[in-house]
Write a protein that binds this ligand. Structure first.
Ligand code: ZN
Ligand code: ZN
Length: 248
C-alpha cells in the first residue's frame, strides 16, 4: 500500500440515549468530526514524511458528518460481530472517510468502532429486555486521521502497471544495484522500469530513498505518481446527511 493511515480518537466518544421521542422508529445516529493531516515520503527524502500542500477543498477542517440508520432489526444489538460491522459500515459510508483505510490495525489507542459497538450492545440488551419504547441511540465521535503517501512504493507499483515486465523471478540476469542474479531469490522479485532496466524491488525501494533516477541510465522517475489528496477533485460538502437502513 502506498498510503499509510493512522487514526486516533481526538476526544472521548460521547453517548446519549433518548427513549420514546423518536416518532415510532428506533434509530442509531453517529456524528463524526474528523481532522486530517496529509504528508508524503518523497523520492530522495530518506524516508522522512513532509507535510503536503493539500487541495483547498480538502482543507475544510474539522469536517463533520452525520449517519442515521433506522434500527429495523433491533436483535442486531445482541450480536457483537454484527453490531461492530454495522458501526464500521456507518463510518465507512461517510463521504470524507471513503478511501480511508479504517482497518483495526490502523488505530492508535482507543478503537472507536469497538467502543461504540460495546456501548450499543450494553444499552441495547437492557432496552430489549425492558418496555422497548422506540429509542434513539446517539453517538458523537472525534477522530484525527493522518495519511502518509509513500512515493517510492507508488512509483514501483506504477512501473509494474505501465512498464513491460520482461524479467522472470527465475532469470539469471543480474539486478543492476546489488549485482545478484534474480533467480537467487532475495527479499523480492524483479521490477522493470519504463527504461526497461530491471532491479530487485527492495533494492529499488532503498535506492529511491536517496535518488530519483534509474541507477543504470538516469531515466527520470519523478512525476509518475501523486498523492491522491494533491490530485483528486472532491464534490464533498462540509456536512453530509445520509439516511440508510441499518443492515441486520
Ligand atoms: Zn538487487
Ligand atoms: Zn534505466
Amino acid at each position: 500500500m502506498a498510503v499509510e493511515t493512522r487514526i486516533r480518537a481526538g476526544a472521548p466518544t460521547r453517548f446519549n440515549k433518548f427513549d420514546g421521542e423518536c416518532g415510532g422508529v428506533s434509530s442509531v445516529h453517529l456524528r463524526c468530526t474528523v481532522t486530517f493531516e496529509h504528508a508524503s515520503r518523497r523520492l530522495r527524502g530518506g524516508g522522512a514524511a513532509v507535510p503536503d500542500r493539500v487541495k483547498p477543498e480538502l482543507q475544510q477542517l474539522p469536517w463533520t458528518s452525520d449517519e442515521v440508520r433506522p434500527l429495523r432489526d433491533p436483535s442486531i444489538l445482541l450480536r457483537p460481530d454484527d453490531t461492530l460491522r454495522a458501526v464500521r459500515d456507518m463510518l465507512a459510508a461517510m463521504p470524507r472517510l471513503r478511501g480511508v483505510d479504517l482497518s483495526p490495525a490502523n488505530w492508535d489507542g482507543e478503537h472507536t468502532p469497538r467502543v461504540v459497538a460495546a456501548w450499543l450492545q450494553e444499552q441495547g440488551s437492557r432496552w430489549l429486555s425492558g418496555a422497548r419504547r422506540p429509542c434513539r441511540f446517539e453517538v458523537e465521535a472525534r477522530l484525527q486521521v493522518k495519511q502518509v503517501f509513500h512515493e517510492p512504493r507508488a512509483v514501483l507499483q506504477r512501473c509494474l502497471e505501465v512498464a513491460m515486465q520482461t524479467v522472470a523471478p527465475g532469470s539469471d540476469e543480474e539486478c543492476g544495484i546489488c549485482l545478484d542474479e534474480f533467480r537467487n531469490g532475495g527479499k523480492s522479485g524483479p521490477v522493470n522500469l519504463p527504461c526497461s532496466h530491471a532491479f530487485h524491488r527492495h533494492c529499488m525501494l532503498t535506492w529511491l530513498d536517496r535518488g530519483t533516477n534509474c541507477p543504470s541510465c538516469r531515466y527520470d522517475l519523478t512525476g509518475m505518481v501523486a498523492a491522491p489528496w494533491t490530485s483528486r477533485t472532491s464534490n464533498d460538502t462540509t456536512t453530509a446527511r445520509t439516511r440508510r437502513r441499518w443492515r441486520g
